[in-house]
Design a protein around this ligand. Structure first.
Ligand SMILES: [Zn+2]
Length: 82
């Protein structure tokens, strides 16, 4: 069985509280929170507020979000394994 790890930050599931599986990768709870912050920043961008995260991370999240569009099948990976 292959090692599950976050596709964004590279942390393995034992290093995060929660790892969520998408169709082509995984995302950890830390990155979900960061992604959420980025989404909020995107909405604020029109108002001239800078994006906190670096551009590469933002781009990767955007691409992943595009791929993850419906049907967005997710599952929680081994929440209890640490
Ligand atoms: Zn992550």
């Amino acid at each position: 069985m292959k090692m599950d790890k976050c596709s964004f930050c590279g942390r393995e599931k034992k290093e995060v509280n929660l790892l969520i599986a998408g169709m082509e990768g995984h995302i950890c709870d830390n990155c979900v929170e960061q992604a959420h912050a980025i989404v909020e920043e995107e909405f604020k961008k029109d108002q001239g507020i800078d994006i906190r995260s670096d551009r590469m991370a933002l781009q990767r999240l955007k691409e992943a979000a595009e791929k993850a569009k419906p049907p967005f099948r997710i599952s929680i990976v081994n929440r209890d394994t640490k």
